[in-house]
Design a protein around this ligand. Structure first.
Ligand code: 8YV
Length: 303
């Protein structure tokens, strides 16, 4: 008998095919009545497969008495209650390592496209404004800017290393200083924001809003914010206000407080570049993530 698996969100075709080959897969998000489907299979579900963005909805724990493993397709654990998992003896797995460069690339891309205004200028070309010689504001040079990394984990480190060849000084703040890195440690998010022109957010999402109105004010009117972590890392209302009144110059955002809902005000701003949570969305990362989710499940079920 194939073990029952509850898949909570749409995943790549290769992962879904791999799951089907080895497990009896139940997909409430595709069912007309998701709740009824969960009720039907709840007693025997041994594994949940979910994304880092969605995690494990709190109410689901109590409904799955036979649950043994939560396999996360991603690295974020902010939406999986690890205390409950530990108390229940449920294994939680993620897909570390295989998406690091991809998320870092997107972060660097957001920075460069913000500095060089590539997205708003793309609109200028598409809208036929070039032949009209309509005046276009100049961009800013990215080279030489001081860069701050909030959260120097694996991905934060990759962003710093990618930025290093052309950034000016690089500083970071993490819960504690990281040994053996060539980057300057700042004691708080506020101190970091004061010291840099570009602030990358790469912390886990369960640390609360580390970036508030004060941090944004410290980043300043030339400052750029890039968030590839979680919407919860920044006070989104304060960010929208800071972008509209010029407290900071711009923001590149891959994540939001209430995905897939993006604050209406951001949609009309030229000083933001918006992505629908795409950090790990490359063929290479997603293929490796799929393989790792399957391997994590396989290792669990084979003991
Ligand atoms: C994915 C993520 O978008 O790794 C994470 O925590 O948020 C992303 O990689 C997500 O997990 C896709 O299912």
């Amino acid at each position: 008998m194939k073990p029952d698996v509850l898949q909570l969100k749409a995943l790549s075709p290769q992962l879904e095919a791999g799951l089907e080959a080895a497990y009896a897969v139940h997909r409430p998000y595709r069912a007309a009545d998701p709740d009824a489907l969960i009720a039907q299979v709840a007693e025997t579900v041994r594994a949940v497969v979910t994304g880092g963005d969605l995690g494990m909805p709190a109410a689901l724990w109590a409904r799955l008495p036979a649950l043994e493993i939560v396999a996360v397709h991603g690295v974020g654990l902010d939406k999986v209650d690890l205390d409950v998992a530990a108390a229940r003896g449920v294994t939680v797995t993620t897909t570390p390592g295989v998406l690091t460069q991809d998320v870092a690339e997107l972060a660097i891309g957001l920075w460069l496209s913000l500095s060089r205004r590539m997205v708003s200028v793309d609109r200028y070309v598409r809208e036929g404004r070039w032949p009209k010689a309509e005046r276009l504001a100049l961009a800013r040079r990215a080279t030489g800017r001081t860069v701050g990394i909030l959260g120097l984990g694996q991905i934060g480190r990759a962003i710093a290393d990618m930025a290093a060849p052309f950034a000016g000084q690089i500083a970071y703040h993490s819960r504690r200083p990281v040994e053996g890195v060539p980057y300057a440690y700042q004691a708080s998010p506020l101190e970091l924001a004061k010291a840099v022109n570009v602030l990358f957010l790469v912390t886990p999402g369960d640390a609360g809003p580390l970036v508030d109105a004060d941090v944004l004010a410290a980043l300043g009117p030339d400052g750029l914010l890039v968030n590839v972590a979680r919407g919860s890392v920044v006070d989104e209302a304060a960010l929208v206000a800071a972008l509209s009144d010029g407290t900071i110059a711009g923001a590149g955002l891959d994540v939001f407080e209430d995905e897939p809902n993006v604050p209406e005000a951001l949609l009309t701003m030229d000083n933001v570049v918006l992505q629908p949570h795409r950090g790990s969305a490359t063929e290479e990362a997603r293929a490796a993530m799929a393989a790792l989710v399957l391997e994590n499940l396989e290792r669990h079920f084979s003991g």
